[in-house]
Design a protein around this ligand. Structure first.
Ligand code: NAP
Length: 283
């Protein structure tokens, strides 16, 4: 079997077009959806990510501003700036780019964002909403993975989904989203004994670890669906995922590539959360 690809670039294009339509509808009513992004310090990767977020937004008709502050900005000043944005009715989404400088408490900073504007979905209120099935914002990466499964018409009900990784921004919310679709979910992590014995039982595997070749062909049941969240560099310095793509694609039924898989979907889902935030605040 050679797996079919779930094309994250193509799906992200479709989603961006949907967001553009919703944005147009809102602007026609006199509301300009707006995302405020805050970047503290000069981490090179964060500079690239925030630039993408601004460009993605403006290409979709959303407006976006990037506020840059020096690495020695005080936490109190950052919290004060977030509170001002919370109170600004022209701002619908607020995103503080992580990681923050070490002298700041990231969780405290995130908790200062109004849950109504928490488009990253990292606020404890968003996590709680996901947990109980209430309306909140889903973190963009697992949300994008769910959209990828939806795009192939995959029915999760009664299926066994294995999530490798348990971070607060990917693994845990991913597991909750799969559970909400009535999958049976197993979460694995660095202390999991015999990972392969567990993944071989899985109908769906989501790898979110950050290590190359965490998932190899011998660990995958024939016909399983494999979603690769990982972002690593191979020996040639090229972007690759956590999955041994060439091996696993011979066994799986569907697989996401890296690059061109979860990455573009993560970017697209930020736009979805932003337009959603603007719609909720203006309804
Ligand atoms: P993280 O916070 O470092 O979490 C990694 C998880 O992997 C942890 O739960 C860890 O277990 C687990 N783990 C480590 N080694 C393992 C092993 N050998 N077997 C099984 N589990 C193992 O990372 P993250 O923020 O969730 O990100 C994970 C990966 O996804 C990274 O490569 C990141 O760059 C990528 N990512 C991609 C996107 C995208 O848009 N494509 C977005 C976000 C993240 P413990 O909890 O026991 O330590």
């Amino acid at each position: 079997m050679t797996a079919q690809l779930i094309d994250g670039n193509a799906l992200a294009r479709t989603i961006r077009a949907e967001v553009a339509g919703r944005t147009q509808a809102l602007t026609a009513r006199g509301v300009q959806p707006h995302l405020s992004i805050i970047l503290v310090g000069d981490d090179p990767a964060s500079q690239v990510y925030t630039r993408h977020k601004v460009n993605d937004s403006t290409e979709t008709g959303l407006s976006a501003t990037l506020e840059r502050y020096p690495a020695d900005m005080s936490e109190a000043d950052l919290l004060a700036r977030i509170r001002t944005l919370n109170d600004d009715p022209k701002v619908h989404g607020i995103l503080v780019q992580l990681p923050l400088p070490k002298h700041m408490d990231s969780q405290k900073v995130i908790e200062t964002i109004s849950p109504a504007k928490d488009v990253d979905g990292f606020h404890i209120a968003s996590a709680g909403a996901l947990m109980i099935g209430a309306k909140g914002f889903w973190p963009c990466t697992p949300y994008g993975c769910m959209k990828m499964l939806e795009s192939i018409g995959y029915q999760l009900r009664g299926k066994h989904a294995v999530v490798i990784g348990r971070s607060n921004i990917v693994g845990k919310p991913m597991a909750m989203m799969l559970l909400a679709q009535s999958a049976t979910v197993t979460i694995c992590h660095s202390a999991t004994a015999d990972l392969g014995a567990i993944t071989r039982q899985a109908d769906v595997i989501v790898a979110a670890v950050g290590k190359r070749n965490v998932l190899t062909a011998d660990m995958v049941k024939p016909g399983a669906v494999v979603i690769d969240v990982g972002m690593n560099r191979n020996d040639e310095g090229k972007l690759c995922g956590d999955v041994d793509f060439e091996g696993v694609r011979q066994v799986a039924s569907w697989i996401t590539p890296v690059p061109g898989g979860v990455g573009p979907m993560t970017r697209a889902m930020l736009l979805v959360n932003t337009i959603e935030a603007a719609e909720r605040q203006s309804s």
